[in-house]
Design a protein around this ligand. Sequence first.
Ligand code: ADP
Ligand code: ZN
Length: 523
Amino acid sequence: MNTRDTSLQILQQVFGYSSYRQPQQQIIDTLVRGEDALVLMPTGGGKSLCYQIPALLRSGVGIVISPLIALMQDQVAALRQAGVAAGALNSALSAEEDARMRTLLRNGELQLLYVAPERLMTSGFQSLLQQIDIALFAIDEAHCVSQWGHDFRPEYIQLSALHENFPGVPRVALTATADELTRREIIQRLKLERARHFISGFDRPNIRYRVSDDSSNARQQLLRFIQLNYAQQAGIVYCLSRRKVEDTAIWLQKQGIQALPYHAGMSQQDRANHQDRFLREDGVVMVATIAFGMGIDKPDVRFVVHMNLPKSLEAYYQETGRAGRDGEPAEALLFYNLQDVITLRQFVEQSDADELHKRIETQKLERMLGYCELTSCRRQALLAYFGDVQKEACGNCDTCLNPPETWDGTVAAQKALSCVHHTGQRFGVNYLIDVLLGKNNERIQRFGHDRVSTFGIGTELDQKQWRSLFRQLIAQGYLAVDQEGHGGLRLSESCRPLLRGEVRLQLRRLQKEKSGKLRKQRT
Ligand code: ADP
Ligand code: ZN
């Protein structure tokens, strides 16, 4: 019998499943052949089998490195139930249990061993491993090696030594959260240059992605969105600040929506209570900061709304992924505006992270903005960010359903940039727009800006359109926001070719009037 048949037999007889999901079989083949693999699959995608089955197929014990003791225990219990000789080594063990586990390991009596990274890398354990037969190393939650990620664990850095200490043993790194940057870091730090990549399962076809670039009356839009499409249905509304969470929840309640607030500033008891009601009752709308959602598994969340811009596409993907777990149609709606861009940039600038870290955070934010301002399929862009390339546009996002109009904003952009220049590169958007529109207010007169050449040259656009244009100039890096927190804008080096007309700026037309947009779109 060839290994494929044997592997299928194990899948059916040990794990009780009839067939593999894509691309479990190929991953297993790769490891059985002794090659390395990098596996990106969302949570619930079925990563565990990808190393459990090859560990059973190869001789020796499969070593699984996992940072989460609770998950480790669950997996070991499930494997033992299925008749697999599995064990775990972590700080939860007593000295006797620890010694017993090591004896089993030395005697070759284990098929799978789960180890916390700090245990694995002790010299005692490394030399024990040198004496036994090892089937493979599986590095779970591999994004923990990324210094830029929020789950960074210094112990993971040392795992690069596995490659030197055990050159002949195949290694597989697995994670659910990996943008291109993190992926590159995993490969580099874990020495996985030769690993085959398997990226799959990130698409959530039942979620319709929508972005509204008009947040001037976002609350009203939110209310209409819920009333028209999702009355009495469960949803999550994310806000950036605790204050906005409170305000929005109270306001929705007054409008007759069953809304509850959730943020880290509330008492433990209130939070638990609201979470419980969200899970148990029908049609609760949770208005929350990003503190809410981790580990929440409610299948029938029909919508996730972001009242503010998330700080990265990973965050956005993770948060919107809480909608429609049951596979039924669900919707992700995002409102974004210039103020959020400025606020988030300032968060980054004012954090005490080092320069490189700040640059990376800024890049992530740029990608998020780029996503908002897309004129092509949102799902394609979102999946491409995770390395999952889709050939076809999805047909289930706002840009697919209502292709946006674009316009050549080059001349307007030149006027805006020139206005920034002539007013001394220190004023914020609202002021600059007043100058462009020729508003003769006291402040403008005081600074003498009613006499600059750009005063009143921008009447072809209205205030809203100018705001959108400035937003895109910032998003594309032509304008930089000052770091003192006043929102003052200055020209970046990169705006020269645009000023000279060597590059053109294609812009998304502002959604005309939103009334038509948020009408029920389902048929
Ligand atoms: P991940 O580690 O990617 O979050 P798991 O390995 O825990 O995901 O798998 C998620 C669920 O899918 C588990 O309940 C698992 O038993 C199930 N599963 C995995 N592979 C298959 C398969 N080929 N057929 C049926 N169910 C599967
Ligand atoms: Zn699309």
